[in-house]
Design a protein around this ligand. Structure first.
Ligand code: NDP
Length: 255
């Protein structure tokens, strides 16, 4: 197999929720593999700062701000971008939120926000992009899942439900769209030090538990997600469809 299969030169990659955290690291990693990243998020200041940081490194970067929970906004933004700028070849559905509370006290509105941001968003943006990808007969979609797609932890049952749904939605996308030349797969991170996990990172008891529970014995580094993202976004994955790649230091493999 030639390493050229992993080359993303000439491809444009929309990464939702890429103004910080995992999304930013993936956008940067795809850029290093040759792709032109399109950054997305809601906060314009954070989005522009992220884009500037990548431009300072010499990467060609575009921004496409919209709220991934808004189906019409996602469709309009993607259609406008495709018409005015050019094709989106790769979509990384990364935007997501967390909310922690005991299930018996979990606020109903927080449950709805989780469903909208973590699951409906994946449908919204994938549908918007897939219409164009199907017309071209090719495209790569990578949905960011989680170890919580497979495992539960106390206090995050609704998040666990959303990430299980994303993994299954990925199978559905592959089932409907592989015949149109699309590759749709999931990437499931373990535990990474990002703003989403600020409370866990600040809790030494949690870190102790995590390092004992994870065969690799440590937190993940966001750069360690890049290799799998490049693979799933590239021609090297031409016959890979509907699967989820876990990048978690072995946590889902062990009891
Ligand atoms: P962060 O909170 O660090 O970043 C989330 C990003 O998503 C921000 O750029 C935020 O920007 C954007 N975002 C949030 N809501 C929306 C929205 N409605 N529309 C558009 N953009 C939005 O999270 P992480 O980087 O930690 O997580 C990224 C993904 O990885 C999530 O899906 C998460 O569930 C998943 N994950 C994370 C793990 C971890 O250990 N960190 C482990 C497993 C999975 P803004 O607020 O400006 O819109």
């Amino acid at each position: 197999m030639s390493l050229k299969l992993f080359d993303l030169t000439g491809r444009r990659a929309l990464v939702t929720g890429s103004s910080q955290g995992i999304g930013f690291a993936l956008a940067r990693g795809l850029a290093e593999a040759g792709a032109a990243p399109v950054l997305n998020g809601r906060d314009p200041a954070r989005l522009n700062a992220a884009a500037e940081a990548l431009r300072d490194e010499g990467f060609r970067v575009e921004t496409l701000p919209f709220d991934v929970t808004d189906h019409a906004a996602a469709r309009a933004a993607v259609d406008r971008f495709e018409a005015e700028t050019g094709p989106i070849d790769i979509l990384i559905n990364n935007a997501g939120i967390q909310h922690r509370a005991p299930l018996e006290e979990f606020p109903a509105d927080a449950f709805q926000r989780l469903l909208q941001t973590n699951v409906a968003s994946v449908f919204n943006v994938a549908q918007a992009c897939a219409r164009h990808m199907i017309a071209r007969g090719r495209g790569h979609i990578v949905n960011i899942c989680s170890v919580q797609s497979a495992l539960a932890r106390p206090g995050i049952a609704p998040y666990t439900a959303t990430k299980g749904a994303v993994a299954n939605l990925t199978k559905g996308m592959a089932t409907d769209w592989a015949r149109h030349g699309l590759n749709c797969n999931g990437l499931a991170p373990g535990y990474f030090d990002t703003p989403l996990n600020a409370a866990l990172v600040a809790d030494p008891a949690f870190s102790d538990w995590l390092c004992r529970r994870t065969p690799a014995g440590r937190w993940g580094r966001v750069e360690e997600l890049v290799g799998a993202a490049i693979f799933l976004s590239s021609d090297a994955a031409s016959f890979v469809n509907g699967t989820v790649v876990y990048v978690d230091g072995g946590i889902t493999a062990s009891l």
